[in-house]
Design a protein around this ligand. Structure first.
Ligand SMILES: N[C@@H](CCC(=O)N[C@@H](CS)C(=O)NCC(=O)O)C(=O)O
Length: 263
């Protein structure tokens, strides 16, 4: 089987979805991690994905981006180990889970990183934003727990797509000291899936890739820009932090989606 290349950052939950799926499907891959790496690798990322986001999957001449589209590609190209559940209703359910956590839940750990790692706020202000993010995450966890019902997996009887897409976000919250209610089925599910080699490896690589706040704030001062788009921008505004967006624009250390054409 030919090898594919995954352009990623180990902490990116979107990249983690793809990595778990590649491991589950036993597809050989090599990793290229360009975030904050050499200029050459950054060039590869931007030519592979005009949004300048990870993950990107390179398969021969093909360059595929957006984690959901990559997962669909893997399922189409390597159908032997299916990850989607059987049945239209179950498939619609796991796709809905993916859409919701990719947008609404993700924005919260992103926002917490903006405060605690990129230090966009300090003191009481930082505490208030952290409390806001924590409350939101606990709300999404209770929603997820209801969606899981009393089943072993989001995919149904066996581990699959529904679990792969939720796992990175529930685990990501642990970086900020947030965990599902220990009595909940969501907590039992998290412990269960952490035992799977694909998940164990992906979470261990994420942990090893944890960011150093001193290094990241220095990077911002040196011209590194964080992407404030879609639900992330909404998070800042809803949290009452429009001034943080304005300061980021003034200091040129935030960016929005890149254009797809040559300026
Ligand atoms: N919708 C995209 C989102 C990917 C995304 O936002 N990736 C982040 C990392 S978690 C990124 O590369 N951001 C670039 C930046 O912050 O400059 C997907 O599902 O792949």
């Amino acid at each position: 089987m030919a090898q594919v290349t995954l352009i990623e950052h180990p902490l990116s939950p979107y990249a983690q979805k793809v990595k778990i799926a590649l491991l589950e499907k036993n597809i050989p891959f090599r990793i290229l991690a360009p975030m904050g790496a050499s200029e050459d690798e950054q060039k590869i990322l931007h030519s592979a994905n005009p949004r300048g986001e990870v993950p990107v999957l390179l398969d021969g001449e093909l360059s595929i981006y957006d984690s959901t589209i990559i997962l669909e590609y893997l399922e189409d190209r390597w159908p032997e180990t299916p990850l989607l559940p059987a049945g239209a209703a179950e498939r619609a359910h796991v796709r809905t889970l993916e859409e919701v956590v990719d947008t609404h839940l993700e924005a919260n750990s992103w926002g917490l990183a903006e405060v605690t790692i990129y230090r966009r706020a300090t003191g009481e202000r930082a505490n208030a934003l952290i409390q806001y993010g924590k409350k939101q995450i606990m709300g999404w966890f209770s929603w997820l727990n209801r969606e899981l019902r009393d089943r072993q997996y989001f995919n149904g009887e066996t581990f699959g797509w529904g679990d792969i897409v939720v796992a990175p976000y529930v685990n990501d919250a642990a970086r900020f000291g947030i965990a599902p209610d220990p009595q909940s089925n969501l907590a039992a599910w998290l412990a269960r899936i952490k035992e799977r080699p694909s998940v164990t490896q992906t979470f261990a690589e994420a942990k090893a890739g944890e960011l150093n706040p001193a290094f990241m704030t220095a990077a911002l001062a040196a011209g590194f820009k964080r992407e404030y788009r879609d639900h992330r921008l909404e998070w800042m505004i809803r949290a009452g932090a429009v001034d943080i967006v304005q300061a980021g624009l003034a200091h040129e250390n935030i960016r929005f989606t890149e254009t797809f054409w040559e300026e």
